[in-house]
Design a binder for this molecule. Structure first.
Ligand code: C5P
Length: 306
């Protein structure tokens, strides 16, 4: 059973106040892009996981846990537990999504494992786990997991796990600049809190941007580019100052929008169209400001069995 699952970029990440449970209330506009991991699940006695880099993808997989800490293994255990079966599975993850890159790669793998294991163990005639059930299980594993199941473009509130699809017209063309080494998501949120405390800022309740929603509904890349916004960007740049050079390079080369993806360090550049994305990718590749430059389009569907 092989499941293909997309990366995400956050078109808007509005971070609200820190909650008592250590999370922040968000307005998180997720957009699934055509950069995919593949998770293969096979019966195998006990839960085990191996990780390999997809051909051509310069993803450093050394940091990915290959034990029970891997979110995909936890997903398999959760499905087995819910269905009352033994978690008899070997998972093989083929990664093209940067590790700890702010593109929800680990969450994507967990989403793929949920779908693959449900297919392996659930009753095909009368499935006990619906997509809705899997999305709830996903929310227990991580804030970004439900979106990897859903795909498309969606707004997440709460921790980001309560999703509503967003109307988006046409296709948007992106260029992603990956970086050496990841950034820790909790560290970036912590830095965001510190910056706000230093500035004595009142943290407003997060709101979806009407301009962003209108740009999506119209399929207007230039307007979308102007409304891209990530409250974690300043924190990611403070932890990784070289990102400001990467963002400036993309802007200077004519990207219609530029931002850090999620908690970073991957930077996302929106192009006017497919041809512009090809030109932008070629010039960014030559600028020496990224580990790897990859093109992708969105929106694309969430986790699907291949
Ligand atoms: O939910 P997930 O495990 O992906 O979150 C990773 C970390 O990111 C959390 O432990 C928390 O530090 C931070 N986070 C947050 N607010 C959110 C989502 C994540 O502070 N809404």
């Amino acid at each position: 059973m092989t499941v293909r699952v997309p990366a995400k970029v956050n078109l808007q990440l509005a971070v609200g106040p820190l909650r008592d449970d250590g999370y922040h209330d968000l307005v998180n506009v997720f957009h699934a892009v055509s950069l995919f991991d593949e998770v293969t699940a096979e019966p195998a006695g006990a839960p085990a996981v191996t990780v390999e880099a997809a051909p051509d993808a310069q993803v450093a997989i050394e940091g990915v846990p290959v034990d029970g800490d891997n979110l995909a293994v936890r997903a398999a255990r959760l499905v087995a537990d819910r269905l009352g079966v033994e978690p008899d599975v070997a998972l093989r993850i083929r990664k093209a999504i940067p590790v700890a890159g702010g593109m929800a790669g680990g969450s994507a793998d967990a989403a793929a494992a949920l779908v693959a294991c449900a297919r392996l163990w659930d009753d095909p005639e009368a499935p006990r786990l619906s997509l809705d059930d899997l999305m709830k299980l996903g929310g227990e594993l991580g804030s970004d997991v439900p979106f990897a199941l859903l795909g498309g473009t969606a707004v997440g509130v709460g921790r980001g796990e309560q999703l509503s699809p967003v109307e988006a017209r046409g296709t948007f063309h992106w260029v992603f600049a990956t970086a050496d080494g990841g950034l820790s998501t909790p560290a970036v949120y912590g830095e965001c809190d510190r910056i706000r405390a230093e500035r004595g800022e009142q943290v407003p309740w997060p709101q979806a941007s009407p301009g962003l929603m209108a740009a999506l509904a119209a399929g207007d890349a230039a307007a979308l580019g102007a409304h891209l916004d990530n409250d974690l960007q300043a924190a990611a740049v403070r932890l990784r100052p070289s990102l400001s050079r990467t963002l400036d390079a993309g802007r200077g080369l004519g990207a219609v929008g530029a931002l850090v993806s999620g908690s970073g360090p991957t930077c996302a550049f929106l192009a006017a169209d497919a041809g512009h994305a090809a030109d932008l990718a070629a010039s960014l590749g030559g600028a020496g400001v990224a580990k790897q430059v990859v093109r992708a389009h969105g929106p694309v569907p969430g986790a699907i069995v291949v």
